[in-house]
Design a binder for this molecule. Sequence first.
Ligand code: ISC
Length: 405
Amino acid sequence: MTASRFLAPPTAPSFAAHRPTALLHAYRPRADRFFASPTRTLLARGVRHAVPHGSQPLSERVRATLDRARSPATPVPVVVGAIPFDLAAPCALVVPRALHWAPALASDPLIGQSGRSPVQGRYRLRPHPAPHEYAARVSAAVGRLRSGELDKVVLSRVLDVVGVQEIRLPGVLRRLAGRDPAGYLFAVPSGRDRTLVGASPELLVARRGRHLTTTLLAGSRPRGRTPAEDARHSKALRSSDKDRHEHAILVDAVLAALAPQCAQLHAPSTPTLLHTATMWHLATPLTGILATDGTTALDLACRLHPTPAVCGTPVHAARQLLQELEPFDRGMYAGLVGWQDAYGDGEWALTIRCAEVAQHTARLFAGAGIVADSCAQEETAETEAKFATLLHALGAGLPAAAGAV
Ligand SMILES: C=C(O[C@H]1C=CC=C(C(=O)O)[C@@H]1O)C(=O)O
């Protein structure tokens, strides 16, 4: 595969014709799917084919849908959308009627003007479970981790944000883009009248020909309110044994899952730091060369999912513990969002730092990786800090409203 084919898929002859921010501003809720990564911006309009629900593995159903969508006018169709945490549940992937591509949002000088001033919305905030109850569940998880039953579990909670007016998704998406233009931004229909919107920092996997990349994140601190506090937080994260252990569990699991597929696989021996507008993370960028041409981006994603960034280790024990300790359905949270073309190239990011929006209500999700040395109060504070990404974009993250959490 050549780089030029990757940069200008045949479905996107107008790749360079659009400004990234023009696609951002053209986004229409419900009719469109918007996805932006550090390499490209994509706006998908309408539905030509939907990937069906069924008992066959997801990546086979996607292959079959892409085959069906191939035509002289669209020789290399693309699927776009979201996949739930539970791969056996219905996905929200489609081959759109029209697809517009542009370079990365961060490359557009106008991105700085996107959604700069958050509107002050009037909202009621309902956490589930309440922070003290979540902390109790973290303590229960720590007990199980210390007994040796498992090594890590990612325990999440939700925050329902209920407004007096309908939530305006284009504004939410623009404010997310304005604050984190180099992240993975998305707004995709996720069910009847529901939209999954978010700004994820984590790439599960991207494939370009035989080249694959992932950016593994685990171990977090909130950004500081002053430069000095911010520097303290990043330094504390870098030197924390507990966070390095939490991170190493993720890197080891992903290396073990990818090794059989790869002729080469490279991970730096120590993590670096990555930041979003609200969080610091320990990060490991991993690169590899696939052993064969036949493995698609989604084959790789399904092989990896759920990683210890969103579930835990061992996976089976972690899933069981989540069933006991998480009193809600994750739905599209902690799943995947992205695109893949008929060549098998694509990008799949984790659906974290996101909300599912329906009319007046947004359900925000946030999780924290728990290991045997975790402190329940700190993990609870970490989930509160993670909620801030979406609270800010909704205009609900202002001190008075945040105090109600
Ligand atoms: C599960 C989430 O974050 C994951 C990604 C980065 C760092 C994480 C952590 O430090 O716990 C989580 O594993 C979330 O934001 O809901």
